[in-house]
Design a protein around this ligand. Structure first.
Ligand code: NAP
Ligand code: ZN
Length: 349
């Protein structure tokens, strides 16, 4: 076992505090990672605040992890000490079912093991990346290409792969008009990736506050959806709308911005429902789709693409004592565009 320092919250309404947790002794296929940075995903907030239902406490969130390999188990072949690696939302899956064999481990028929707020096949609660070290099977560690800093790499492990998957599945590329709804952690990655794929990207954000940033990120157009009549004026414009909003939306109005046969791919997971009127789908033979992170092979493909295109997340690096404030700022939409925790600032005992 390895003792390591971590940031934990004891209950849905309590602040984070430093604590010591145990990481398991290395199994033959495990690696020990010295974490450098951990991103703050809105899913961390949904879970730590029990917006998705009962969660497990104390909770150490964090599924956007970047660091360096510190030790390897006896049978490890994919990674060596000193390698720069990342861990995303998954730390185990059965490896034998149809979904795992297809590299879609997130859909494992036995149930994939989440990086935190989950239980390993050994029955132990999993603890995430707001921590100095983590032990994980080498199958779930991704190579981080040279040229991407570990701070800007961490958010690729969730925000990157979660937006990559629907953009690839629904054909973002030259000649296709893609709208990204919500310019936060996922949204800003969707803009960077879709622009690098060659699509025409429009950002739909609540106000005009992020307009200059959107242009910098690669968008060619921008709509402030809080202004009267703006959504109306965008009727029938987009081939693909990627919705990253963490709250409920008037989804019929967004479906109306699609061209006939267009696709609204939803990745946001608010705790509340939306109302979809059948006519808003049937009228233009539209598709309303969901998309859940991505498997390990696709995550590596996304990271390699980011390496080739010089893409990292746009981050604000924070220290351990700023996490509670960062959560409030994310909820307010006040992050440019992902907070990452420098885990070296988690106080020693
Ligand atoms: P985030 O950084 O908070 O970004 C969400 C954005 O949504 C905000 O920046 C804001 O953009 C917009 N927004 C927030 N509240 C809104 C409201 N009341 N009305 C309209 N727009 C609002 O969050 P994130 O980390 O990108 O995560 C986004 C969502 O995706 C979360 O629900 C998260 O749980 C989910 N998620 C899903 C997956 C998956 O596998 N599908 C993976 C990771 C995360 P503007 O200020 O530009 O309007
Ligand atoms: Zn996430």
């Amino acid at each position: 076992m390895t003792s390591t320092r971590a940031l934990a919250t004891p209950s849905p309404s309590a602040p984070f505090g430093a604590t010591t947790i145990e990481r398991r002794a290395l199994r033959d296929d495990d690696i020990l990672i010295d974490i450098a940075y951990a991103g703050i995903c809105h899913s961390d907030i949904h879970q730590a605040r029990e917006e998705w239902g009962t969660a497990s406490f104390p909770m150490v969130p964090g599924h956007e992890i970047a660091g360096t390999v510190a030790e390897v188990g006896a049978a490890v072949t994919r990674h060596a000490v000193g390698d720069r690696v990342g861990i995303g939302c998954l730390v185990d899956s059965c490896g034998e079912c149809e979904q795992c064999k297809n590299g879609e481990e997130q859909f494992c028929e036995r149930g994939a093991v989440g990086t935190y707020n989950s239980r390993g096949y050994d029955g132990e609660e999993t603890m995430g990346g707001y921590s100095r070290q983590v032990v994980v099977s080498e199958r779930f560690a991704l190579r981080i290409p040279e040229g991407i800093g570990l701070d800007e790499a961490a958010p690729l492990l969730c925000a990157g792969i979660t937006t990559w998957t629907p953009l690839r599945r629904w054909g973002a590329g030259p000649g296709r008009s893609v709208a990204v709804v919500g310019l936060g952690g996922l949204g800003h990655m969707a803009v960077k990736l879709a622009a690098a794929m060659g699509a025409d990207v429009t950002v739909l954000s609540r106000s005009s506050a992020k307009q200059d940033d959107a242009t910098q990120l690669g968008a060619t157009d921008y709509l402030a959806t809080g202004d009267d009549g703006v959504l109306e004026s965008a009727k029938g414009r987009f081939d693909l709308v990627v919705n990253t909003v963490s709250a409920s939306l008037p989804i019929n109005d967004y479906l109306a911005t699609l061209k006939p046969m267009g696709v609204l791919a939803n990745v946001g997971i608010p705790g509340e429902a939306w109302t979809v009127s059948p006519g808003s789908l049937v009228g233009g033979s539209k598709v309303l789709a969901g998309s859940n992170i991505g498997g390990i092979p696709a995550t590596q493909e996304m990271l390699d693409f980011c390496g080739q295109h010089g893409i990292g997340a746009s981050v604000e690096v924070i220290s351990a004592d700023q996490v509670d404030q960062a959560y409030d700022r994310v909820v307010e939409g006040d992050v440019r565009y992902r907070f990452v925790i420098d885990v070296a600032t988690i106080p020693a005992e």
